[in-house]
Design a protein around this ligand. Structure first.
Ligand code: KG4
Ligand code: ZN
Length: 347
């Protein structure tokens, strides 16, 4: 096992993540989540998340070191999510990382959360082919990314023009009376449903939309279509077939996600597709992507579900790749940038 020992901190949303990697080897990934504190509000409450990060930070750093079997004094560099994300939540991570880097006398790397979702796969499947096509699907983002170099060069080919894929899962789950966050519940319930029971719309996939928004996504019309369908059903007095609605909705989402990702690979001559972000944990997305990639001769990489949702390992993994590629470190006055663009890999 060789390479720099990097501690990565993630606090962009409701997970306090501290990961430790050596080179491309993950030593430990410690996570404290405040998701249960937000569940009754049906979404993440920023101030609650910030406070939870503050309380969890020191114990989570200590646990990560203990479980990884390393001392803080051995750490070669500290990396941290500088954006995008919730401003107050990001600030807790950035301030903690600065304090650690300063106290340890090691370089600090402020990195992009979305790039980290792509970079994390090196700890599981080895170095990223250059270029790789990235499909990033989370609660806040849905992007198609051409990634010539995850430490330096990421190009956005398209993104959602309204709701993110995970947001659509969460909103539809709410309509179906499933708990927050809804993605895993829809995934589970849909296994007993029929994915062709209801023909829900596929956004931006036909005619002029496909020309103008070739690699963009839209899920807000789909969400509305599901809500209308459920309302109409309720009005008849019949029970709502939750499993069929969940399966049909999920199919509409993953159909468009995978169709455009495979199209992007073909049109850009890229032979490797990587799917990352919380929605990449979805079992149907993983299965359909595999099917379509096999048919198109594309190699598919998807990190294991625990590395798809937000975590510290992804930040550590990207930080270690920055160190290994000799990228410049960040300054200690590094700001948190809640709307950091995806092309800006380093803060
Ligand atoms: O990447 P992530 O942990 O946080 C953000 O950066 O947003 O993604 C969270 C999102 C939530 O919307 C959640 O419902 C969704 O990922 N998600 C899933 C699954 N697991 C998590 N969506 C569909 N199927 C899943 N199995
Ligand atoms: Zn994320």
């Amino acid at each position: 096992m060789s390479g720099p020992l990097v501690l990565g901190i993630e606090t962009s949303c409701d997970e306090t993540g501290v990961g430790i990697v050596r080179g491309r080897t993950l030593l430990f990934d410690a996570i404290a989540s405040s998701v249960e504190e937000h569940a009754r509000f049906g979404g993440v409450v920023p101030e609650v998340a910030s406070r939870a990060h503050l309380e969890a930070m020191v114990p989570t750093v200590e646990r990560a070191c203990r479980e990884a079997g390393v001392r803080l004094a051995d750490v070669d560099a500290v990396s941290v999510t500088a954006g995008p994300g919730l401003a107050g939540a990001l600030l807790v991570g950035v301030a903690s990382a600065k304090a650690l880097a300063l106290a340890l006398g090691v370089p600090l790397y402020g990195v992009n959360h979305l790039a980290a979702h792509v970079a994390v796969d090196v700890v599981e499947h080895g170095p990223l082919p250059e270029p790789t096509m990235g499909l990033l699907v989370s609660g806040g983002h849905s992007n198609l990314l051409l990634v010539p170099d995850v430490t330096d060069d990421i190009r956005s080919l398209g993104a959602t023009i309204d709701d993110a894929a995970g947001e659509a899962f969460d909103k539809v789950a709410r309509v179906l009376g499933l708990p927050f966050p809804g993605g895993p519940h829809i995934d589970r319930v849909a296994r007993d449903g029929d994915q062709v029971a209801i023909d829900f719309p596929r956004g931006l996939t036909s005619g002029r939309d496909l020309q103008r928004h070739r690699f963009d996504y839209s899920f807000s019309g789909l969400k509305t279509a599901v809500a209308r369908w459920v309302q109409a059903r309720e009005a008849t007095g019949q029970p709502v077939p939750v499993a069929d609605v969940a399966a049909s909705f999920q199919e509409a989402v993953v159909d468009v996600l995978t169709r455009k990702a495979v199209l992007a690979c073909a049109e850009h001559g890229v032979g490797d597709l990587l799917i990352g972000g919380g929605v990449a944990a979805n079992s149907r997305l993983r299965a359909l992507a595999q099917e379509r990639c096999d048919a198109a001769g594309i190699r598919l990489r998807v990190p294991r579900p625990g590395l798809c949702t937000d975590n510290g390992a992804m930040v550590a993994a990207l930080g270690a790749q920055m160190v290994m590629k000799g990228r410049p470190e960040s300054r200690l006055d590094l700001p948190a940038d809640s709307s950091q663009p995806v092309e800006q890999v380093r803060a």
